[in-house]
Design a protein around this ligand. Sequence first.
Ligand code: HSE
Length: 412
Amino acid sequence: MSVIKVAILGFGTVGEGVYRTIQSHEEELASVLGKKVEVAAVLIRNKEKDRNINEDVLVTTDFKEILCLPQLDVVVEAIVGKEPPLTFLKKAIERGCHIITANKEMFAHHGKELLKLAQENKVSVGFEATVAGGIPVIQTLGQLLKINRVQQVQGILNGTSNFILTEMREKKQSFAQALLQAQKNGFAEADPTNDVEGFDAFYKTMILSRIAFGEEPNWQDVEREGITSVTRDLIDAAEKLGLRFKHVASINREGGQITGSVQPVLVGKEHPFYHVEGVENAVNVHSDIVGRITLQGPGAGMFPTASAIIEDLVYVCQNHYHDRSFKQMAAVPIEQKKGQISETWLVHGLTKTKINPLITWLDQASVDTFIIRAEKKDVVELANQQEDLVYFPFLGEYQSAIKLKPKALSAL
Ligand code: HSE
């Protein structure tokens, strides 16, 4: 049986997961591909560390040694940051290797360039692992929803943030305790700022946008906020009303325009994201033929990410380089809107003196935390008047939890 030789760049949580999965699933790989898959080399950073890698595998800190191997078919990249991974992958493509990456930051910035180079060199690029861990969302959008006109994609795309929000609510942990646990579990990035400040979800959103719409919004126009403004008190106040905080990325296409946001929001029990807990991710796709689809599953961790990569390994080896062209979509008409839509918000820190007649009061979660209905511009104006005021949008149709009587509300 002939052999497919693979190099793994990086031997952290993801790299090691891929190595172990290639060993544990060698029979399945051989039966699907008709060839044996072998890890020929592993690129590491620190030679001193103990690793459980077979002796016949080249373990090196020098990428050039890997490029010089007599046979090399696939390069799997599981490093962080834009460089040197980008340079390594370009060199691998030029050598005629298929590439697979889990590096969302690098791929959000340079994916187009890599895909073009791969097409010129007639090799394939797998990037399923860049978005939503083990959920096969890239293949679903790219291969299985080719004719549907996608209008909106919403997702919980950062496992670490969802894990922290869940731990803070369920186990009453502090933000720092929950983050430490996420790091111990191997969910968080080396620098967790990317997770908790929304950068990681932002990069994933831009990759999804390219697959769903063939293009991305202007990066500067995408509102990006992480979960650091969500305190335990806010989580508890929301829970009293049956609401949960989720960190949600959203991209919409209307007419020729793509808009996006990445921010903490509130959801009620009816929303498909309400029960997405811990390190789980979810992606909700709204398109014209099928309607709404929600995919849910583990968003980070060793084996969920290895699963995405190992499936990509089959995909690239079956040589689908011609399939990666982005779709061209007919324009989705813009709905006629009468003025600005009134939205539902959780506002915290609101004082009686700031009450605005343009706001409809729906519920009270704590002494200074309310659920209101208002246009965004009015909420922003309130926040401008009152520095310590924080506000979060509610996703979906709000069902009042306590049904405050108008009388009780007027007394606020
Ligand atoms: N740090 C990332 C997360 C890993 O928590 O979602 C998976 O991309």
